[in-house]
Write a protein that binds this ligand. Structure first.
Ligand SMILES: Nc1ncnc2c1ncn2[C@@H]1O[C@H](COP(=O)(O)OP(=O)(O)O)[C@@H](O)[C@H]1O
Ligand SMILES: [Mg+2]
Length: 162
């Protein structure tokens, strides 16, 4: 069994929310996760499932225009970025992205490719693609912590589709 990567077919929006919730259980509220995929493939939906599972009860808006939405959930800090409208990776400095990447923070980044090459290495990179009526999700780990997340996700993903 490979532990540094995996895939999962998400049949509908509910499955994407459930996968986000599974990811929340794996992270324990820290790490840098990037989400790639075209507009409308479910990146924000996955983040919504994740934030709700961490205990956030309010709305989860897409940070399309604000570029970042911060959340405080008890002791947890989560920063949800959508860099689609980032014109230049250098603008990241104004968003303080690097300041928000530490061991006590979970950082979620949609459209990470807009920030290359200035983005720190993600723990886990997730990729969503429209497939038939649902979404094909794949992920791979880029750090030792990402490997742990990936292994845990592999087990949880099996339960999700079972
Ligand atoms: N697994 C899925 N199957 C079908 N539709 C989905 C799935 N996951 C999410 N969606 C739908 O895709 C649409 C776009 O989702 P969104 O999360 O805003 O995408 P993105 O952030 O990638 O632009 C929403 O209407 C959502 O309900
Ligand atoms: Mg989005």
């Amino acid at each position: 069994m490979t532990i540094d990567a995996g895939t999962c077919f998400l049949t509908d929006e509910k499955a994407t929310l459930a996968f986000g919730a599974a990811l929340a259980r794996c992270t324990g509220g820290r790490g840098l996760l990037t989400l790639r995929g075209n507009l409308g493939c479910g990146k924000t939906t996955l983040c919504r499932g994740l934030l709700r599972a961490l205990g956030h009860t309010g709305p989860v808006k897409s940070p399309t225009y604000t570029l970042v939405e911060p959340y405080e959930i008890g002791e947890l800090r989560v920063f949800h970025y959508d860099l689609y409208r980032l014109n230049d990776p250098a603008e990241l400095e104004y968003l303080g992205l690097r300041d928000f990447i530490d061991d006590f923070t979970l950082t979620l980044i949609e459209w990470p490719e807009k920030a290359y090459p200035l983005l720190p290495l993600a723990d886990l990179e997730l990729n969503l693609q429209v497939s038939l009526e649902g979404r094909q999700l794949s992920w791979h780990a880029l750090t030792p912590y990402g490997n742990i997340l990936s292994a845990a996700l592999t087990l949880l993903a099996e339960q999700l589709v079972a």
